[in-house]
Design a protein around this ligand. Structure first.
Ligand SMILES: [Zn+2]
Length: 331
């Protein structure tokens, strides 16, 4: 263990203290800067009076779809404690969001999901829209953003997803029939190519930059699924077979989210009361999906973060909660 203040390795054990819950917490003394801290200092577990195992249990069952009140009753805690722990987990998201590894080709699926937030408003006024992006092969869930379905939501969501990759990475973007994904991407990933000098006064054409392919699947038009490439592709970019243009894996994740996330369950009274709570629930589900929960189709005991090459084992919830600084690592 390094000192949490000065990063020095000259740290020695310095007594143990017993919490009211009879849990024992190890204290440390730094011989470099002379300050004391304990194993929880500076982490989201600091100053929690509940044993870590109980916090972990609460977050585990929440992640499997038990409501806040039900979780509180099962563990004999107050609903506000459960919410506090969820906030702490959700706040760790930034530390567990590495960029895509350099060089590889990635396929990003994008789709939307809808739920109610607070009052029952018509969909266009509701803050319950969620747009998410997933990397197809690894099932890594790289972004999920909730809010009113307007230009800003698409702009921010697409920008974050775009910045997840390298500026020159080969990327395929496949979405549902929503055109705003393509429009926002076009602002980020288009370039001008010199065209043939024809009678046109303007000798340039605007295309996707090399390696970017953007297509969408328009569902159920006259019984046949239709696939459409958005804007003009770069002449050197390969175009995928139309059977690969879909967001099926993300749609499967969305139905899992309806099962595991109480705020996304239909026709029940578990909907989020405020946007902040919905975003928190999403962040928690995303952390657990990427790092903690092995995903069946990836092979035995493999999480999406492992499939991305970010880490070589599933991560415990306690570990997500207690890490300091940048937490993920490449094996
Ligand atoms: Zn120190």
């Amino acid at each position: 263990m390094n000192c949490i203040y000065c990063e020095s390795e000259r740290v020695v054990k310095n007594g143990r203290k017993k919490l009211k819950t009879r849990q024992i917490v190890q204290s440390y003394l730094c011989n470099e800067c002379g300050r004391r801290f304990n194993e929880r200092s500076g982490t989201p577990m600091a100053r929690l009076r509940t044993p870590g195992s109980q916090v972990e249990m609460a977050l585990r069952v929440r992640g499997e779809g038990l409501g806040i009140r039900a979780t509180a009753r099962v563990l004999g805690k107050s609903p506000s404690s459960i919410t506090t722990w969820e906030k702490r987990l959700s706040n760790q998201l930034g530390k567990w969001s590495p960029k895509a590894p350099e060089g590889g080709e990635i396929t990003i699926e994008g789709d939307e999901l809808y739920t109610r937030v607070g009052e029952n408003l018509p969909p266009e006024k509701s803050e319950g829209w969620t747009i998410s992006f997933m990397e197809r092969e690894s099932r890594y869930w790289l972004e999920a953003k909730a809010g009113i379905k307007d230009r800003r939501l698409f702009e921010q969501g697409v920008k974050t997803a775009w910045e997840w990759g390298e500026p020159s990475q080969w990327m395929r973007w496949f979405t549902d029939g929503e055109r705003r994904y393509g429009k926002e991407l076009w602002k980020l990933a288009s370039i001008y190519l010199p065209g043939k000098m024809t009678t046109d006064a303007y000798p340039y054409k605007k295309v996707w930059r090399e390696g970017v392919e953007v297509a969408m699947k328009i569902k159920g038009s006259q019984g046949k699924p239709r696939v459409e490439w958005v804007f003009r592709e770069h002449p050197f970019t390969a175009i995928s077979p139309s059977s690969e243009v879909h967001a099926n894996h993300l749609e499967a994740l969305n139905s899992a989210l309806r099962r595991r996330g109480t705020a996304y369950r239909r026709r029940q009274n578990h909907y989020a009361k405020e946007l902040e709570g919905l975003q928190r629930a999403l962040n928690v589900q995303r952390l657990l999906h990427n790092w903690f929960r092995p995903h069946g189709s990836l092979g035995k005991n493999t999480t999406p973060a492992m499939a991305m090459g970010f880490i070589d084992r599933p991560v415990e919830i306690a570990e997500i909660l207690t890490c300091r600084g940048f937490c993920h690592f490449t094996p």
